[in-house]
Design a protein around this ligand. Sequence first.
Ligand code: VAH
Length: 312
Amino acid sequence: PILILGACGQIGTELTFELRAKYGSENVIASDIREGSEVLMNSGPFELLDATNYEAIEDVVMHYEIDEVFLMAAMLSATAEKFPMRAWNLNMNSLFNVLNLAKERKINKVFWPSSIAVFGPNTPKKNTPQNTIMEPSTVYGISKQAGERWCEYYFKKFGVDVRSVRYPGLISWKTMPGGGTTDYAVEIYHEALKSGKYQCFLDKDTKLPMMFMDDAITATMSLMESKPEKLSVRSSYNLGSMSFTPKEMAKSIQKNIPDFKITYAPDFRQQIADSWPSSIDDSAAAHDWNWKPKFDLETTTKEMLGNLKQAL
Ligand code: VAH
């Protein structure tokens, strides 16, 4: 059986649905610090669980005889700047809890998300390589860089089978993101349908690596199902699909909603975005486990507006 920590979050929610569809609802235990959507809560077993509480996780792991853990609980970049020590505590102690369960052989496999936030202001911004300068300038980025180093250490030292990808900004319609710098790329679709206008908290030319959630989930499951001997990276794989600016995103929405208006009012999240790459070289993932994205900006916009129209 599989345990998902942070199952009510932006990625966790969709991961829960996809893993349940593939492996059967009863084999996927969802957990979070608080209850999730009606749909999620009614789709299979759920446990209220604090990812920083080792004993509580251990109890659930033993009770359900868990084999694999997906650790999706974290505090994201924007919120982490407001609460640095809470972010460090949640992001690191949850990871140590899961890595130590694997080291004690109480679970066999771990997925842990890293992020393009591990890169910093002096990282090459275009086609950022798998191995390069990494001096993250955000609390969240520092926690992700430290987390990657621990994942590789536990793999090399204790043979822990932990796998990870550096997610770009993720765009989903089933769930809202929580406290990220790339959240504008989700909010903009909701506002385009609700009010026909959106005030963007990043500047019009801020180019960032982004990905539609379906691609992110496919990548996550593909990496976890790969044969271990195929994996040359045990820190975290670069993962790319598309890059665009808020201005390009607004144009893509205006093709469907001609009157949509965007304005720009950069806030503290501009500095975070400016420290991140504009595009990613994910050739290691393509080589090791045949990663290939399906969605671009046009198809993402069609999917988002089509599904949100139904949902709203
Ligand atoms: C954030 N969505 O904005 C997350 C992600 C690359 C961005 O890490 O913090």
